[in-house]
Design a protein around this ligand. Structure first.
Ligand code: PEP
Ligand code: MG
Length: 763
């Protein structure tokens, strides 16, 4: 994509204009006075006869301040969107530069303004956060087109004005709010996305990438800002180079393509030149980034072509990165303070970025992207944070501090909700509480189907804060303890003693209930902020999990040492992730054997019972099931990975992640086969992927013969309710005949839903 060419340096008068704007902003004036001052400053600095500000008032544009037109027209003259030249600028979000305005076919004569005597016209949109707030216009008697320098100056001023206007409007104590002028979006809006993590949350919007405040947009010391900008660009390029070569933060899990286009933009001469020029004109480095970003945003919103939109999105991300560098943030995120009851809005978040937020305040998350089995989603489900994903365009419509209702059950976000929506939500929260009470009431009942099958419901956990949920939801133990989460939230590699403490904490909190520790499953989208990842084209099928453990056994050995020490005298269950061949499992067990004999030599008490299992996450291992059952004490199906490899659909890529259903007959027959072979070998088997935590999928798994399901805490209540009402034999009779390879259905979901409706199974 070609970026616009370099802009010219701003002329001296505009530099002094920016300085004067700084002074103006420091004054404690009312909103109207500020605007009046603003237009005077512009008219004199640009040596024009007229400078006017039109702001959005409902669907119209209202003349709010002018120097040069008749003052009596202020707050009287209104234009519809698209009406006249001003309306045209606003509607198209594009500047208009005319030498002979009255001759233009769109010119609308407004006699009360007395503007007919002015020939030249330059109108620029007031853009903020991708929204169009109004129009800034300069006019002259002389018929001439404005120069490129003048146009650039006015665009810069328009950006600052837009920010000031919104800040003024939002400052509650500001005197003289203008009647009817609403710049920040104020209407209720509902966004329908995907329900990735259930739950209902009320709160206030918090933007993961907040906008730059107007007062931070102007430089107090231009050379210093120039230096800041140069340093930031150099750091940005370095970080982008590192991303391309895979050597730094890939929490966003963006594809190499995206990194490549990042690099293209980071080195694009015209982009960098525009940033430099903007700083040279008197903007702060942050203001310059914002100024250049605004142009791209306006184009992005208009771009229909998805490829172009995606590339412009990359530029937006790059601008965000520059902001973070300028703010002194290290690009791996960093702990973030949150206001109370925060609903975080972002384009996408990686798992570590979520864990960086203060959990007691983080109530919900709304993403423009996201995927159902991405690790960020799993974290939200584990923590019980509602997550709504794939809500396209939401970032352009939400303002920090807006009231928000996040409905993770239905995948909806209500921004500035109406009274009706709030009432409805309150009712639903009440219903949910009642449901939770019902789950609580069934907590101590045996989990048994109507036809007498006992099922064990286990918890997926990874942090010590997850553990109180064991009692709260009445789980039978921890079926999957994702040990890498501790590593991901740490500042540096946890020491042996820290690991031991951590595992001991989990064992103690579980009491008599079993805990199954999974050894580190790093790689893919689970990156340690303090380690140097290796560049890879396909990290999900790359150097991850047990592959790292076997190639660099010291970390694996260290972890096994910690687990054996923590589990001294206890019932200890350990499993290895992402095993693809029996020999890998045997090799991993050999490391374990060495650690066991080391512990023996040191006199460490052995576990009272040690079980070593395998995660079945690769289709290849399903075809070695008879062999692996001879070596493993138990099998745990990582259905998230198993399905992504089975269907060859990246679980983190929203374009393909939802393309295939886990209730596809082919997937079910694979799972049924595993269950059957494990039964033949008398090897206990658990399903610990996300599917086990959804009532509908869970009952299918039970019908296929599974009796151990491990899931996030939020899944246990609903899954148990469904099991209590299930006749597994009846369901098996319906789905098993449909699982043959001659079935052409893409999913058995509808059949199962119909079965549940008939049987009165709550799903
Ligand atoms: C899985 O793949 O299903 C699994 C449980 O492991 P993770 O989601 O952590 O990759
Ligand atoms: Mg997995």
């Amino acid at each position: 994509m070609k970026l616009p060419g370099p802009i010219h340096l701003l002329s001296d008068p505009s530099i002094s204009l920016l300085k004067r704007i700084r002074v103006l902003m420091a004054n404690e004036e009312g909103v109207q006075e500020r605007l009046d001052h603003f237009v005077k400053l512009i008219a004199s600095a640009m040596k024009v006869n007229v400078a006017s500000i039109y702001l959005r008032s409902g669907e119209d544009l209202e003349l709010c301040a002018t120097k040069g037109l008749k003052q009596s027209a202020v707050h009287q003259t209104k234009l519809a969107l698209g009406e006249g030249l001003v309306g045209r600028v606003a509607q198209r979000a594009r500047l208009l530069n005319l030498a002979n305005a009255p001759k233009h076919p769109s010119f609308a004569y407004k006699p009360e303004t007395g503007e007919e005597k002015f020939q030249s016209f330059l109108g620029v949109p007031l853009l903020r956060g991708g929204r169009n707030l109004g129009v800034l216009v300069v006019q002259s008697k002389k018929a001439r087109r404005f120069t490129e320098v003048e146009v650039e100056n006015l665009l810069t001023v328009a950006m600052i004005l837009a920010e000031i206007a919104v800040e003024d409007e939002r400052a509650v104590d500001k005197q003289g709010h203008m009647d009817g002028i609403r710049l920040a979006p104020s209407r209720p809006e509902t966004f329908v996305g995907k329900a990735f993590a259930d739950g209902l949350a009320k709160g206030r919007a918090y933007l993961h990438q907040p906008p730059v405040l107007a007062k931070r947009m102007l430089a107090s010391n231009v050379p210093l800002e120039e230096e800041r900008m140069e340093t930031a660009i150099a750091k940005l390029r370095k970080s982008v180079d590192a991303m391309v070569s895979g050597a730094t933060n890939q929490l966003d899990r963006a594809s190499k393509d995206i990194f490549e286009s990042y690099r293209m933009f980071a080195y694009d001469r015209s982009w960098v030149e525009r940033l430099r020029t903007a700083v040279h004109s008197g903007l702060s480095a942050e203001g310059a980034v914002e100024r250049v970003r605004n142009e791209h945003r306006a184009r992005m919103l208009k771009a229909r072509d998805p490829y172009l939109r995606a590339r412009l999105h990359d530029l937006e991300d790059l601008a965000n990165r520059l902001h973070r560098i300028l703010g002194g943030e290290d690009l791996s995120g960093g702990a973030r303070e949150l206001p109370q009851e925060a609903i975080v809005f972002a384009r996408n978040l990686g798992p570590a970025e979520i864990l960086d937020y203060d959990r007691s305040r983080l109530k919900g998350i709304v993403l423009e992207e996201g995927a159902a089995t991405a690790h960020a989603t799993i974290i939200c489900r584990t923590l019980g944070i509602p997550l709504i994903g794939q809500t396209e365009g939401v970032l352009d419509r939400v303002e920090a501090g807006d009231e928000v209702l996040a409905d993770g059950d239905r995948g909806q976000a209500f921004i500035r909700p109406s009274r009706d929506a709030k009432e409805d939500f309150t009712v639903r929260i009440g219903m949910r509480q009642a449901l939770n009470k019902a789950f609580e009431a069934q907590r101590d009942l045996a989990t048994r189907t109507k036809d007498g099958k006992d099922v064990s419901l286990l918890l997926n956990a990874g942090l010590l804060v997850d553990l109180p949920a064991l009692d709260r939801v009445g789980a039978d133990g921890i079926g999957l303890f994702r040990t890498e989460f501790q590593f991901m939230i740490a500042e540096s590699m946890p020491r042996l003693s820290e690991q031991i403490e951590f595992y001991k904490g989990a064992i103690e909190a579980s009491g008599d209930r079993p805990v199954t520790f999974r050894t580190l499953d790093l790689g893919g989208d689970k990156i340690l902020p303090y380690a140097d990842p290796v560049p890879e084209d396909n990290p999900a099928i790359g150097w991850r999990a047990i592959r790292i453990g076997l190639d660099r056994p010291s970390m694996l050995r260290y972890q096994l040492r910690a687990l054996l020490t923590a589990g001294a005298g206890e019932h200890l269950r350990i499993m290895f992730p992402m095993v693809a061949t029996v020999s890998e499992f045997i090799e991993a067990k050999a490391h374990m054997a060495k650690e066991i004999s080391r512990a023996k030599k040191l006199g460490i008490k052995p576990p009272k019972k040690l079980e070593v299992g395998v995660m079945l996450e690769t289709p290849a291992l399903a075809w070695q099931i008879d062999a692996i059952c001879k070596h493993a004490d138990f099998v745990s199906i990582g259905a998230n990975d198993l399905m992504q490899f089975f269907f060859a659909a990246d679980r983190d890529n929203p374009r393909v992640a939802n393309r295939y259903d886990g209730l596809h007959p082919a997937a079910l027959s694979l799972l049924a086969y595993i269950a059957k072979r494990c039964k033949v070998h008398n090897t206990p088997v658990t399903v610990c992927g996300e599917m086990g935590g959804h009532a509908l999928e869970a009952i299918c798994l039970i019908a296929l013969g599974f009796s151990n399901l491990s899931m996030p805490a939020t899944g246990i209540g609903p899954v148990k309710s469904a099991i209590l009402a299930l006749d597994a034999g009846k369901l098996a009779k319906i789905i098993k005949p449909l699982m043959s390879s001659s079935t052409d259905a893409d999913s058995l979901r509808e059949r199962v839903v119909a079965f549940c409706a008939k049987e009165g199974i709550p799903i």
